[in-house]
Design a protein around this ligand. Sequence first.
Ligand SMILES: Cc1ncc(COP(=O)(O)O)c(C=O)c1O
Length: 443
Amino acid sequence: MSGETDTKDWAARARRVIPGGVNSGQRLVPGLEDLVVVSTAGATFTDSRGRTFTDYHSAFGPPLLGHNDPDVDAAMSREQARNDLMGIGVTPVEIELAERIVEHVPSVERVLLTATGSEATFHAIRLARTATGRNSIIKFQGCYHGWHDSVAMNVISAPERVGKKDPLSAGILPEVLEATIVLPFNDSEAVERELETRPGGVAAIILEPIPHNVGALLPKPGYLERLRELSTKHGTVLIFDEVITGFRHGLGGFQSVAGVTPDLTTFGKAVANGYPMGGVGGRADLMDLFSSSPGQPVLFAGTYNGHPGMVAAALATIAKMEREPVHEHIFRLGERARSGLRDLYRRLGIPVVVTGFGSVFVTYFMEGPVERYDDLLRNDKAMYVGYRRNQLEHGVFELPMNLKRSHISYAHKDADIDALLEATETAVLKTRDELVAARRNSV
Ligand SMILES: Cc1ncc(COP(=O)(O)O)c(C=O)c1O
């Protein structure tokens, strides 16, 4: 299969039988409607037209070791050949994985596995409501925690929707929307006010410790500590959603970097390097309320939970992170990318904020500060999306959508960062010219 015609055929076939032609709402990107991915390898992917790109999108984060990591794939295949899904009892690999997670993640005394991150945050919130006997939860503008009703709101909101309920989907009961309080990130006083005044109290505060779903909003010094203090004082369950930051920013997640221990942690994505896996873990007294303990009230179930092949993939991923300088490598390349980009934009005289953490980098086309979502409304979206579109001509793939972050994996090399910087410079200059011309023509 090769050539333009085949590409058009595949995409057209997809659109006939799959709504929109893709299986997740964020996969259809303007200008890339005909993109059909036929293979992945290490730091790259190849499309049906035979174009190979260096991948900084990384499926929104999972393949931390790179695509098709041979150690992970071999472990998965070995386990899968030996032990298929049975749906009864437990398997040795599940026990070993739980032990590794408990050992590494500070907040986790007990852990339960799911297939996705959304299931993990769903269960964490239900558990918090049961443990506290309260209904309301706090989430922050700019954080994403999955597709379910209690949290599917206020991520990349239009300016006029900030400060109001901004559901990501139709079909959510108004009562559910009502029970979720949306506050600005990095404003602990807003949280304090809410905890002191909300009738009936607040069951949980859920947050991405670094809101990566809008790029990277770094927590101000003392912010996470203050959320910890306030949660403890008010008997509110503090949930760190580490679906992106977990394992990527350290084996112990961002909580081990920040030195702040939540009551519950959710994870997913990088833990199994791309195989479907998520989980919820935390304080034993809370976790023991799940119905996996006899007679306990919080239903926990899932046909695919703890699937042996996926669990083996997670074990192999963690083993490789323990054995090899994975974080050292991705953090070093991340720093090279961020500092190289800062130099580049300084040289070009383009005002930007280059930020991120570890292996994640992002460039906002605006002046700082960047502390909360409202700040990002100043970002020049046309530049942000435009340079990413132009990078495609140079074989570099950063997702061409506003406020999306870029990821570096263990399979990326120094030469990839050199090529990234070169492609970015050319693409940014071209975009600037295109925008100047477009603005001139519109006057
Ligand atoms: C921070 C965070 N939490 C939860 C989720 C939901 O995970 P999943 O897509 O595996 O359901 C995501 C997905 O992007 C996420 O970024």
